[in-house]
Design a protein around this ligand. Structure first.
Ligand code: ACO
Length: 437
């Protein structure tokens, strides 16, 4: 970390001695005030629920400028990556810091491809679930269970174990997501086919049956690949922070990623794409575009808990660059499938237009996030709504694993252990049961 010439001084109004705090500079973005010695010197903690002003680590992976609406993976703008690279190149970039040359890409594709099968025993594990279980419930279990199958890659402090666990997780997630889908609909599992690309292979495992081959459609494969790229990493969001915190105890990589899957499930995070499509479906059922005004009124009503799903973001206070790319993909996919008049897409565009002109959303800087259009694209591809978040988890796995690896490799890394402001009862004595009123 590069120290700044400027220091912060913390002073107290009760005459306690003031304290100088070092400041470190980032390569871009806000500097940070180093408060690590604060408790030792003042006996006080900082208080920042939800981490609104707290950097939990230093990182070289992903940078977001929420005011500009900018997202960079290892310095490359997301727009350039989405238009010029495939998901495997982006995985390589996130894991290794540089884009691969043609030979490195070929080797990496091959390495991932030869790990796409899962232990055959996995299907018996899957059989323990109800057929109607939510795919994210199944995925949380399956990803955690990987540590029971791949014992030679569970030591998070061993770089070779971490490297092979990373490849296994990236390679096996599509297989597991497709298996959880097939299990839910009672169809036989489709084994991976190594001659296909990562994304075409995933779509084949989803949509082929033993009696009918699936011919991957290039536009749809490219759209799905873009969904993977756009969701691959997003710096210290809730699920990534969960993976870092979980992994900081030294637990195995599969267990740490399972924690990320569990966190991602929530509707305020990865579950928003499912919630968004359900919301659009509800408005459509109630009358469609004509009912937007009424719906927006409910969203703005402080006494209702209704939110415009797919809108707003903790970091972006401008248009989420991923949402713009997703909207572009939405046009391509609906065009390729002859669904330009898809009522939900029309509804989404109208809803976006109205919200972006409404004072409530303007004042709070609420713009569409990536989930606003990704559900429509996935639905058009044929992905069932409850599987949306599992696909997000598939794509985010590379980000989680890159962040976990970065943390473990950081010489300053410690187990994550936040403190608290205690406002409960002061010390008191237990009254024996018989004497309690
Ligand atoms: N609809 C209506 N009002 C909203 C929305 C929304 N989607 N998002 C924020 N607001 C309002 C809040 O009510 C609050 O209003 P107030 O100041 O009058 O109280 C104000 O905007 C600030 O919102 P916060 O909730 O404080 O913002 P925060 O950063 O904590 O939350 C979040 C961000 C969780 C994403 C929120 O915008 C939200 O719930 N959005 C809908 C769910 C969603 O799309 N999540 C996906 C996130 S992206 C991802 O995970 C890939």
């Amino acid at each position: 970390m590069t120290p700044s010439d400027v220091k912060a001084t913390l002073s107290f109004s009760d005459g306690s001695p003031s304290m100088d705090l070092p400041i470190y500079k980032g390569s871009v973005g806000p500097d940070v005030i180093d408060i690590r010695k604060l408790y030792g010197q003042t006996g006080k903690f900082t208080y920042d629920p939800g981490f609104l002003s707290t950097a939990s680590c230093n990182s070289t992976i992903t940078y977001i400028d929420g005011d500009k609406g900018e997202l960079l993976y290892r310095g490359y703008p997301i727009e350039e990556l989405a238009r010029n690279c495939d998901f495997m190149e982006v995985c390589y970039l996130l894991l290794k810091g540089e884009l691969p040359n043609p030979q490195e890409k070929k080797d990496f594709d091959r390495l991932v491809t030869v790990h796409t099968m899962v232990n055959e025993q996995m299907q018996f594990f899957l059989r323990g679930f109800r057929r109607d279980a939510h795919p994210m419930a199944v995925m949380t279990g399956l990803v955690g269970a990987l540590s029971a199958f791949y014992h030679d890659s569970t030591d998070v402090h061993n770089p070779e174990h971490r490297a092979i666990a990373a490849i296994r997780l990236i390679a096996k997630m599509p297989t597991l997501v497709a298996m959880s889908y097939k299990y839910g609909i009672g169809q036989p599992y489709i084994y991976p086919k190594n001659s296909l690309s990562y994304t075409a292979n995933f779509m084949r495992m989803m949509f082929a049956t033993p009696c009918e081959e699936y011919e991957p459609n290039d536009v749809l494969v490219r759209a799905m690949d873009r969904i993977f790229i756009l969701h691959a990493d997003h710096e210290q969001n809730a699920s990534t922070s969960t993976v870092r915190l979980c992994g900081s105890s030294g637990t195995n990589p599969f267990a740490a990623i399972a924690a990320g899957v569990a966190c991602l499930w929530g509707p305020a995070h990865g579950g928003a794409n499912e919630a968004c499509l359900n919301m659009l479906g509800d408005i459509q059922k109630q009358g469609g575009v004509e009912k937007i005004g009424e719906f927006i009124k409910q969203v703005k009503d402080k006494n209702s808990s209704v939110k415009l799903m797919g809108f707003g973001h903790r970091v972006y206070k401008n248009y989420d660059p991923r949402a713009k790319l997703m909207r572009e993909t939405c046009h391509e996919v609906l065009g390729a499938l002859g669904l330009q008049n898809d009522p939900l897409f029309k509804l989404a565009m109208e809803l976006e237009k109205i919200a972006l002109e409404d004072e409530y959303f303007v004042a709070r800087k609420l713009y569409p996030n990536v989930d606003f259009y990704s559900g429509i694209v996935q639905r058009a591809i044929g992905i069932p709504v409850p599987l949306f978040t599992a696909i997000f988890a598939l794509a985010r796995t590379v980000g989680w694993i890159a962040q976990l690896d970065e943390m473990i490799g950081d010489p300053e890394y410690k187990i994550g252990r936040p403190r608290q402001l205690f406002v409960g009862s002061k010390p008191r004595q237990v009254v024996p049961l018989a004497k309690r009123a």
